[in-house]
Ligand binder design. Structure first.
Ligand code: SF4
Length: 413
């Protein structure tokens, strides 16, 4: 077989990077102008969309440096025992690709991950070198997200942090026991220790406000650190997953935990499921994650009505919680505290801010709320306004049925 071209390798290594959810791609229809003499394509390899720390949606070149790997994680298509097609970029090739794509305005940054070649330190050195060359030799000001290798020397991860906007270290699986059986070369303790080092790196470089006039410490991952957890590869319940997330957020000050539904892979181990978990499970986990981070919920509250530790796939977790805690409703939107309002189904953080601002000027009626929230149907039975009370709706045994999506008859043809 002849030497692969850069485009061939880009196709392989961009495809291999798609399993990483920590910068999710937005969906789009397939379109390619090659045959029409036009310009632009939605099929460009390796370009995905992600959200920058300031909330902007940016396009990133999302690739692996290589999909060769000396590890044998059972859930991974790139494991050493997989017979997938392999490829590798050199440091200079990644730098050139990034700069070329950037100059053509295709991308605003780079997301770089890699399989482990030779050793963790060697692989991490190569990734750091990509970031260093971009920043120092080419003055690249775009976004750089590096996936760090937890087993690498902390000094290398530190170097990575000086050049990257964000670092992520994958926790991989929610339970240590699962990690041991599916990824024997990895260790939860090593992963957490690498996260702790990154946290220390961030905190030790926070400028001290009291010491004005002193030189600012060097920039260190302004976008913070994130991680990814695979969902549905092992028997962990949603509660196990949220327990791990809660400990990661509090212990290592992570910006985000990404949940990635396990994708069945070819020639996989018999221990792994043959089908993907429902996509809705991933979605519900993100909703539960938001409840913990922005709505003041404790992890145990989210699961208090669920004996099996699994989130209800039919209802969003806040609505499911409210249906189980009806004694806390209706909430009076004119008098309730911010914390109470945040627990009303259908009220987001923005709607709560708008309610708090509006009620300073007037006593709120139901039509005011209708103009503030996206759907009155979700919140109406849980609130009280000057002209509305849900009366006995909260006592109805059938209240849940109002919110559960109705089953649909499948079409025969
Ligand atoms: S170390 Fe990473 S790339 Fe290698 S097999 Fe494990 S998950 Fe896959």
């Amino acid at each position: 077989m002849g030497k692969r071209t850069l485009i061939d390798r880009l196709a392989i290594l961009a495809d291999a990077a798609k399993y990483d959810a920590s910068c999710a791609s937005s969906g789009s229809a397939k379109r390619n102008s090659l045959s029409t003499n036009g310009i632009g394509s939605t099929e460009g390899m390796g370009i995905c969309h992600a959200y920058a720390p300031d909330g902007r949606c940016i396009s990133l070149l999302k690739i692996l440096m290589t999909n060769f790997c000396i590890y044998d994680c059972k859930y991974c298509i790139n494991r050493v025992s997989s017979n997938v097609e392999r490829a590798r970029f050199s440091v200079d090739e990644i730098v050139k690709l990034t700069l070329d794509f950037y100059k053509r305005n295709y991308i605003e940054g780079l997301f770089l991950s890699s399989g482990i070649i030779r050793s963790s330190n060697y692989t991490m050195e190569q990734m750091v070198e990509v970031a260093r060359k971009l920043r120092v030799e080419h003055n690249f000001g775009g976004y750089i997200h590096l996936k760090s290798i937890p087993e690498a020397d902390p000094a290398l991860i530190e170097q990575a942090g000086l050049h990257a906007d964000r670092l992520s270290i994958n926790i991989e699986l929610p339970r240590e026991a699962s990690l041991k059986s599916y990824a024997p070369e990895k260790s939860g303790a090593v992963i957490r220790s690498a996260m702790a080092n990154v946290r220390y790196g961030i905190e030790s470089r926070q400028p001290d406000r009291k010491e004005r006039g002193k030189a600012r410490p060097p920039r260190f991952i302004p976008g913070g650190q994130s991680t990814q957890m695979i969902v549905g590869a092992d028997q962990s319940s949603d509660k196990d997953i949220m327990t791990t997330s809660a400990s990661l957020y509090s212990g290592y000050k992570l910006r985000r935990v990404y949940y990635s539904a396990f994708s069945p892979i070819q020639d996989s181990s018999g221990d792994l499921p043959l089908i993907k978990p429902p996509l809705m499970r991933e979605h519900r986990l993100y909703q539960a994650d938001w409840l913990m981070r922005f709505y003041g919920f404790e992890k145990d509250e989210i699961f208090e009505a669920r004996q099996d530790g699994m989130l209800d796939l039919d209802l969003d977790p806040k609505l499911a919680w409210a249906l189980g805690r009806r004694e806390r409703f209706p909430v009076n939107v004119n008098r309730a505290t911010r914390e109470e309002l945040l627990r009303v189904p259908g009220f987001g953080t923005k709607s709560v801010n708008r309610i708090l601002a509006a009620r300073r000027h007037t006593a709120l009626r139901l039509d005011h709320i209708a103009r503030i929230v996206r759907s009155l149907k979700t919140c109406r039975d849980f609130i009280e306004t000057v002209d509305w009370h849900p009366s006995r709706a909260l006592d109805l045994v059938t209240l849940r049925d109002r919110f559960v999506p109705q089953p649909q008859q499948l079409q025969l043809l």
